[in-house]
Design a protein around this ligand. Structure first.
Ligand code: IVH
Length: 688
């Protein structure tokens, strides 16, 4: 023994314990105990002790996660207990038949199930002998897997030693997967190095587990959740899956916190709906829900089939991805003239709906993803998200596949398109002279958050344009019931309703008008802030005209000072505003809106001297007065009304059915005012 060896041994043991605890806290419990620097320092100290005296090295030391040299091949591992698959239920009916079979088989009216998200990764078998991790294997064909022990050791959520009392031998089964955040990071790194990117987290996880060199696996962000027992020796089985999962947790193994217990089929279906709704927000992919009879004795009674047990089923979610053919690419012209490619697809059922169009964003994206017409593509539709072409299946590219180029003319009006310098973005310069832009601009003008004119949708607007009834927003207000009835399928009542809606919309607000005009980059929030700040249309116009003279200033900070004094308005938005307000045609268009009877009240501009000066307010929920009126009261008293709650907010005025903003205010400790409290505050004398 070397001098001082017993001290070193004690210190090494202490370091192993502290590092193992820290890994468990961080990777399994998700409750970090120490920061990375401290962890690294302890690990380095342990490494130093171990290299000074190799006899101190233990196989379950945190330094041994990446150990040994590449094995060259994965040796076969026969599974003592086969790794079965699960039967699938594709709809509610199939799930209910499963439940009926289970109930009948057990002679019970209803059964308790463990409900677990079906993780979309790779099944592994983890063998522990006397608490020590000795072997990890893939599922393989269910009878024989491959030895991937060295790679699995690099997963920090996988304990190298079980906590507490462990049996002589136990096999624990679970899923290795890659969370979204890690997947995105990995793909960004791959792309930066010019390496191939992975199509989805599952493929990336599979690739990581099959690395010949565990060093490479160690760099991949893999996670593990365990959910089943394999073979065991000298272990007394618990009575239920719930108890089994609790045992796993006690041993320090990671168990999915989303697992739940459900009594009977209805509760199971409720869990399905809940997880389906949570799915888009989850940090990892799940492709369905697994239901397992909770009582282990009941499982014995039901038995197993060759491929899958009778006591469990996977109720799959509608696939979010599917393959189909890209038939063609068309170009669409948006409200601001941007020309965007749209994929025309062979119809395919994905994400619970039939999809035949998908967005391609822009040419840059098409080039990056190497998309050709004729390609087999992977289409993704998650939740309410617009379908998109995620990737191409390169090895299925036909020889006559065609490349995609930007059109040189606008597909709607044949104007020569303007291209960005890098030739990836094309724009139609024709403005409202282009029927496609006119159509989109008018739909925006009548939309709910703009002038809010009910009953004029896509088709009717197209007819109005085609019949030459409208060529700009003001024309809408000249539309009569007679002219509407002259259009296809429009009855007297419907026509009258629409004219009434148009009439009502003439009385609007400055904020709605500014938003409805469709100035580029002026969204609802910015429109609102501009209205609050300038109060009158003319004041905004005057500021834009005065700022136009500063456009050529050399220093950024000297450009557009009046507009940039407005909260949220930066140099780009300021430039858009100056451009728009300097265009005489746009001013004439607003003038014609006024002549058509469109009007809006001036907004009280925040007075510097008022009881509420310098205070920021957010209004939410339903109040006894309209939101605009409440905002006017606040600004008249010197306060400022803003859109979203932050630490800088002084008060949140919450009416009935106030939702997330109120919650956020409470979280941030911002004062929440009711209607009465606001009225009191408005009356308060000016502070000295
Ligand atoms: S239990 C005999 N539980 O789904 C039961 N499997 O289609 C064995 N999977 O090979 C599996 N999440 O890779 C079980 N909570 C979960 C699961 C799960 C994902 C995978 C596993 C299995 C496949 C069966």
């Amino acid at each position: 023994m070397k001098p001082g060896a017993s001290d070193s041994a004690a210190r090494a043991a202490e370091l192993r314990r502290r590092l193992t605890d820290a890994e468990h806290a961080y990777y399994v419990l998700d409750q970090p105990q120490m920061d990375d620097a401290e962890y690294d320092a302890l690990l380095r100290e342990l490494q130093a002790l171990e290299s000074a005296d190799p006899e101190l090295v233990r196989p379950d030391s945190p330094t041994q996660r990446v150990g040994g040299s590449p094995s060259g091949a994965f040796a076969p591992v026969p599974h003592r207990v086969p790794m079965r698959s699960l039967n699938n239920a594709l709809d509610e009916g199939e799930f209910l038949s499963f439940d009926r079979r289970v109930c009948e088989g057990l002679g019970r009216a209803h059964v308790t199930y463990m409900v677990e998200p079906k993780l979309d990764g790779l099944a592994v078998n983890l063998r522990y002998e006397h608490g020590r991790f000795v072997q990890g294997a893939t599922r393989g064909d269910g009878q024989t897997g491959e030895d991937i022990t060295a790679n699995l050791r690099t997963l920090r959520s996988l304990p190298l030693r079980l906590r507490g009392q462990a049996p002589p031998m136990v096999e624990v089964r679970g899923e290795v997967f890659m969370p979204h955040a890690g997947f995105a990071r990995l793909n960004a790194e791959q792309a930066a190095r010019g390496d191939r990117t992975f199509v989805n987290p599952r493929n990336a996880a599979a690739g990581a587990l099959r690395q010949i060199d565990p060093q490479l696996t160690a760099q991949r962000p893999l996670q593990l959740y365990v959910y089943a027992l394999g073979a065991s020796d000298g272990y007394t089985l618990p009575a239920t899956q719930q108890a089994l999962l609790a045992q796993f947790r006690d041993w320090g193994l990671p168990v999915n916190p989303l697992n739940a217990v459900a009594e009977g089929a209805d509760a199971c279906l409720a869990c399905y709906e809940k997880l389906l709704a949570q799915r888009p927000q989850l940090p990892f992919d799940i492709d369905g829900v697994v239901y397992k009879v909770d009582a282990l004795a009941a499982r014995e009674e039901l038995g197993e089939l060759a491929r899958a047990p009778r006591w469990a089923i996977a109720y799959k979610f509608p696939a979010e991805e599917a393959q189909t053919r890209l038939l063609d690419v068309e170009f669409q012209v948006g409200r601001t003239g941007a020309i965007t490619p749209v994929a025309r697809l062979a119809p395919v059922f994905v994400g619970g709906a039939t999809v035949s169009n998908a967005t391609l964003h822009n040419l840059d994206e098409i080039r990056r993803k190497d998309i050709h017409i004729g390609d087999t593509v992977i289409v993704r539709r998650a939740g309410d998200v617009i379908p998109e072409v995620k990737a191409v299946v390169i090895d299925q590219r036909p020889t006559d596949a065609r490349t995609i180029d930007l059109p040189s003319q606008c597909p709607a009006c044949r104007s020569e398109v303007e291209r960005s310098d890098d030739a990836v973005v094309a724009r139609c310069p024709a403005g409202l002279g282009c029927p496609a832009q006119l159509h989109a601009a008018l739909l925006h003008f009548v939309s709910r958050r703009a002038l809010d004119i009910e009953g004029i949708g896509d088709k009717l607007m197209q007819q109005l344009i085609d019949h030459g009834r409208v060529a700009e927003p003001a024309d809408l207000f000249a539309v009569t019931a007679e002219s509407l009835m002259a259009l296809e399928r429009m009855g007297e009542k419907s026509a009258a309703n629409r004219v009434a809606a148009l009439d009502k919309a003439k009385s609007t607000t400055l904020a709605r008008l500014l938003y409805g005009l469709g100035i580029r980059d002026v969204g609802e929030r910015t429109a609102d802030t501009l209205a609050q700040h300038f109060g009158r249309y003319e004041a905004l116009l005057a500021a834009c005209q005065a700022d136009a003279a500063t456009a050529g200033e050399e220093k950024d900070k000297d450009r557009y000072p009046r507009l940039r004094a407005v909260a949220d308005v930066g140099p780009e938005v300021a430039k858009r505003l100056v451009d728009w307000f300097s265009d005489p045609q746009k001013q004439a268009m607003v003038q014609r809106l006024r002549e058509a009877g469109v009007h809006w009240p001036d907004v009280a501009v925040a007075s510097a001297e008022g009881p509420l000066s310098g205070r920021r307010f957010v209004i939410t929920g339903t109040l006894p007065e309209a939101r605009d009126a409440v905002a006017a009261r606040i600004t008249a008293a010197g306060g400022q009304v803003v859109g979203s709650v932050s630490r800088k907010t002084d008060y949140v005025v919450a009416g009935e059915a106030a939702g997330s903003k109120r919650v956020k205010a409470e979280q941030l400790g911002v004062t929440v005012l009711g209607w009465e409290a606001l009225l009191k505050l408005l009356d308060a004398p000016t502070p000295v």
